[in-house]
Design a protein around this ligand. Structure first.
Ligand code: GDP
Length: 306
């Protein structure tokens, strides 16, 4: 029911728009499809993904000859579930650690621009792992902002887990290396490493992230085991731009979409997962430590349609 509450704004927005689009019409025709296209675009599904969905529905309508507008919800729901299923083929039921070959801790590298909710998401994930009995260390490799190091430390205290930092203005790659070493030496099950989200140029971003990644691999050859990109759902098209920059700069293997509670544009989840071929792993539905959920495509689509 947390998800329902978190998705309230998106749901109401989407639902109302959809109902308005078909109001007074019996048959799904060109005009209804145009309206539907506007609804999807204004819900931040993104142009490419919207066109893909509309094309599929158009094909279905052409095949069935007559489709009643009352069936449109069901058809749209079907198409969205299918689209999400292409990337999110596996539904994660709980907070499993990313798989690790051989011995050693799981290492998760967390990337994303400042303000998207990176630190908060790290804290929430650490809390879940801790609760499962795992030994967790947070590494403060975002060394460019004083607040970032402090905030991460506060989260580690709240969660009751280990914390590794070398202070501000130190080399992020060195912090990432040493955090991984710390995790190995102290029998941690998982190291979660925070990085600075400086999106100045794509080239620099790529250089910074590959340096950090290389130093993690130097400390543990199989690591990192997950590169988690955090995106803020309330920024709509900006989130899509960030996804583009980060997936081009490094091998992003999972997404966390934050602040779904603060937006009517949860549709961005559909566009992002479709456009970048990366599964959504977590969704943030509030500021509290409990306000993180494992992304489940069916539950997500259900909450979209009520
Ligand atoms: P960072 O700069 O990316 O590390 O961002 P922070 O973790 O400091 O978060 C920035 C702000 O977003 C803080 O006020 C958080 O409480 C808030 N925040 C993070 N995740 C969520 C979420 O899922 N929902 C809401 N409503 N706020 C969030």
């Amino acid at each position: 029911e947390d998800l329902d509450k978190g998705m309230e704004k998106t749901k109401t927005g989407f639902f109302n728009k959809l109902n308005r689009a078909v109001a007074g019409k019996d048959k799904v025709d060109e005009e209804v499809l145009d309206e539907l296209e506007s609804v999807l675009i204004s819900s931040d599904v993104g142009l490419d993904t919207t066109i893909k969905i509309i094309d599929r529905i158009e094909a279905r309508v052409a095949e069935q000859k007559y489709v009643n507008t009352s069936e449109l919800h069901e058809i749209l729901r079907d198409e969205i579930v299918q689209l999400l299923a292409e990337q999110n083929d596996q539904d994660f039921e709980d907070y499993q650690l990313p798989p690790v070959e051989g011995d050693g801790p799981a290492v998760i590298l967390v990337v994303g621009v400042n303000g998207v909710g990176k630190t908060t998401t790290i804290g929430k994930i650490a809390n879940q792992y801790k609760r499962q009995g795992h030994k967790v260390v947070l590494g403060a490799a975002d060394t460019f902002r004083a607040a970032a190091v402090d905030q991460l430390k506060i989260w580690s205290e709240r969660v009751g887990c280990e914390f590794y930092s070398k202070g501000m203005y130190t080399d992020p790659a060195a912090v990432a290396y040493e955090t991984t070493k710390f995790a190995i030496d102290n029998d941690c099950d998982v190291a979660i490493i925070d990085t600075a989200g400086r999106l100045h140029t794509k080239f620099n971003l790529m250089k910074e992230l590959s340096k950090i990644k290389r130093s993690i691999t130097k400390a543990l050859p199989s690591a990192p085991h997950q590169v988690l990109l955090v995106l803020d759902a309330t920024t709509g098209q900006n989130a899509i731009e960030q996804a583009k920059a980060f997936t081009e700069a490094t091998d992003v293997s999972a997404l966390a979409l934050t602040k779904l509670d603060g937006t009517a544009k949860g549709g961005v989840a559909i566009g992002i997962t479709d456009s970048f071929q990366v599964p959504i792993r977590y969704i943030g539905v509030g500021e509290g430590i409990e306000h993180l959920q494992i992304f489940n495509k069916r539950a997500f689509v259900d909450s979209l349609f009520g």
